[in-house]
Design a protein around this ligand. Structure first.
Ligand SMILES: [Zn+2]
Length: 190
């Protein structure tokens, strides 16, 4: 895990997390492409939170079920396993410390493959703007329970508007460069 940005980072207001699930590499690619292309940015990027080749981290934990939310619960050891306790994983604690340190006003996490702009907290308006750029619907619920999810922790329980952008994994990732760069540029002015 590393924080990457370009130029001088002064009071970053938006945190962008790529590759939350190891088998969803699109976000990491797009962030790295953006950092190569832009001269400076006000965004705080974590290109790759989870370098493992699977959904879960190296310990077999789904990081998006490991956050200390009120609805966290011990679950079966499958690909959605939430860990032996909330925030048991180093990656989870790293993100929590980053959020506490920088106090972002908006957070975006990049996932695949559902083609939806999911949001938690007071993010309906920015979700609509993202939706109009990328053409996926904006929805406040993903349609299934996600105990211990990052969106619940950050968006609902810590009141930080949080977007979970589920990218298309059926098209060439290079075709996502244009809409995702536009979304990042929108955030530069947030
Ligand atoms: Zn994911």
């Amino acid at each position: 895990m590393e924080i990457l940005t370009a130029g001088n980072l002064i009071n970053p207001r938006v945190l962008v997390i790529g590759r939350f699930h190891g088998d969803e590499p699109q976000g990491e690619f797009l962030i790295n492409e953006y950092l190569k292309a832009c001269e400076k940015t006000n965004l705080l990027f974590v290109p790759c939170l989870n370098p493992s080749p699977t959904r879960t981290n190296a310990n077999g934990v789904d990081l998006n079920r490991n956050f200390p939310t009120q609805n966290w619960k011990l679950s079966e050891k499958n690909e959605f396993y939430g860990g032996e306790k909330p925030a048991s994983e180093e990656e989870t604690r790293f993100i929590i410390s980053l959020v506490k340190k920088y106090k972002p006003k908006l957070i975006l996490t990049l996932h695949a493959p559902f083609k939806v702009v999911n949001y938690d907290g007071e993010a309906a308006q920015i979700a609509k703007q993202i939706s109009s750029i990328i053409g996926y619907p904006a929805e406040s619920s993903i349609g299934y329970p996600t105990p211990g999810s990052f969106g619940t922790w950050a968006g609902i329980e810590n009141n930080i508007p949080t977007i979970t952008l589920e990218l298309d994994d059926e098209i060439d990732v290079k075709l996502l460069r244009e809409p995702v760069f536009k979304i990042f540029e929108l955030f530069e002015k947030y």
